[in-house]
Ligand binder design. Structure first.
Ligand code: AMP
Length: 425
């Protein structure tokens, strides 16, 4: 019996991996353009890091285990906790604001389906130590620019504010966490049960209406009414945020008071981005403002962050037919006849030394089979090393996209291969 890969994990072949790397490269470029710098944290962390943040219930959703010295560890389910741990221990000595990003795999023990896996890759960005309004706007602008740069056009940004609900509920953090959890999951029977337990059944109808509010600034006024004046600051804050985003050129933000976010540590603005083409798992990104440093032993500091699911961004790009800038092999060298093998290798070596990606027949196939192979691996040029041309100091070059063939000097081929490629329509 062949061994299968574990449930909820993926293998990625060369074509798919190239698309993933292309998307990752674009996201990193945009982050650099916005002044963010890359950091990395371990894939395994002490289990405490996650239970401190989210309570023991989180263990169910984690890959948690004991190591050989009986330490409780877990594979990271996200980046934020690790980054804040790193901040409290070391990064806080850096000048503020601290703008960082990370890319890597995260692990969650959840029910797999299309776009939802147990191991997946996140692109995570955080600003620590900027005033909330400025930090929140910068982070939202980065998230939107990332998707535009990838070429995903149909994006819906929904912005809410968890602080208003927290102010309205006036509960202990633990009880608040439970109510918000059921609201986030839209599990209204469980919500009703929880509210009854807390003697707050009178709030159920207002809460249910509240999380359905979605639209322009008018929903903020409606929300304020439902909360009977509770959390007014949050509504004003969202109006100011929308005004600041307009200065970034971002006109269309939907206010969505139903963005509750599953994790307990969000305290202020929360936002999500959807790619409606993805069906059920359409949320490509989620984030918001949170306070976590105190919980991990640091001083209070404003923080805002988000995480893209890389797999979902790639799926969103594919769903919109985006041509991703996937690198191709420049030249595939084909010796014409066995005696040309040595000369063909010289051509290959010259191309590679000049910085051109080049490959050569390793199987001793004839020219036509070699051309099939060159097309199958989507090489740009087939370089035919034939005796007649080589005697003239030339090679025959077939452009595999247009089919055109011409003789040229090796230097000219190198120049052509290295010239910037125009994206194909
Ligand atoms: P979260 O950390 O839960 O806010 O998730 C941030 C983003 O990661 C989501 O918007 C998704 O794009 C992605 N994501 C979350 N869970 C999964 C999963 N199980 N599989 C693939 N992507 C996921």
């Amino acid at each position: 019996m062949p061994i299968e890969r574990p449930r909820g994990t993926n293998d990625y072949g060369p074509e798919e991996m190239a698309r993933r790397r292309a998307v990752e490269g674009i996201l990193k470029d945009v982050a650099h353009r916005f002044g963010f710098r890359e950091i990395a944290t371990p894939t395994i962390e002490h289990l405490d890091l996650f239970t401190k943040k989210s309570g023991p219930g989180i263990i169910e959703e984690l890959y948690a285990f004991k190591d050989k010295s009986d330490r409780d560890l877990a594979l990271r389910p996200e980046f934020t906790a690790s980054i804040v741990r790193f901040y409290v221990a070391e990064l806080r000595n850096l000048p503020k604001p601290i703008k960082v990003y990370s890319v890597g795999n995260v692990f969650r023990y959840e029910e797999p389906q299309k776009g939802r896996y147990r191991e997946f890759t996140q692109f995570n960005a955080e600003i620590i130590g900027a005033p909330s309004l400025q930090g929140d706007a910068e982070v939202i602008a980065l998230a939107i620019e990332c998707l535009h740069a990838v070429g995903v056009k149909d994006v819906r940004v929904r912005v809410g504010h968890i602080g208003m609900l927290r102010a309205f509920l006036k509960l202990s953090p633990e009880d608040q966490g439970k109510v918000l959890h059921w609201l986030d999951k839209r599990n209204f029977p469980a919500l009703a049960q929880e509210l009854t337990r807390l003697g707050l059944e009178r709030l159920e109808s207002a809460l249910r209406q509240y999380v359905e509010l979605k639209g322009g600034p008018e929903v903020l006024d409606k929300g304020a009414k439902l909360l009977q004046g509770g959390g007014a600051e949050g509504f004003d804050y969202l109006k100011a945020l929308a005004a600041r985003l307009r200065s970034y050129g971002i006109e269309h933000v939907t206010f969505d008071l139903g963005v509750v976010r599953g994790l307990d540590y969000y305290t202020g603005m929360v936002f999500e981005v959807d790619s409606p083409n993805l069906g059920a798992e359409k949320q490509v990104m989620g984030g918001g403002a949170y306070t976590l440093a105190e919980l991990l032993g640091g001083d209070p500091v404003p923080q805002t962050g988000f995480a893209f699911g890389l797999d979902r961004v790639v799926l969103a790009a594919e769903a919109e037919g985006v041509k991703l800038p996937v690198p191709r092999l420049d030249c595939y060298v084909i010796p014409i006849g066995a005696p040309m093998q040595a000369k063909a290798l010289e051509v290959l070596v010259s191309l590679r030394r000049a910085g051109v990606s080049a490959d050569i027949d390793l199987l001793g196939r004839g020219p036509s089979k070699n051309l099939d192979y060159a097309n199958a691996i989507r090489a740009r040029f087939a370089v035919l090393a034939g005796e007649t041309e080589l005697k003239k100091g030339l090679v025959a070059v077939k452009d595999l996209d247009s089919g055109a063939q011409e003789e040229m000097k090796l230097d000219d081929l190198i120049a052509r291969a290295k010239a910037p490629q125009r994206p194909k329509a």
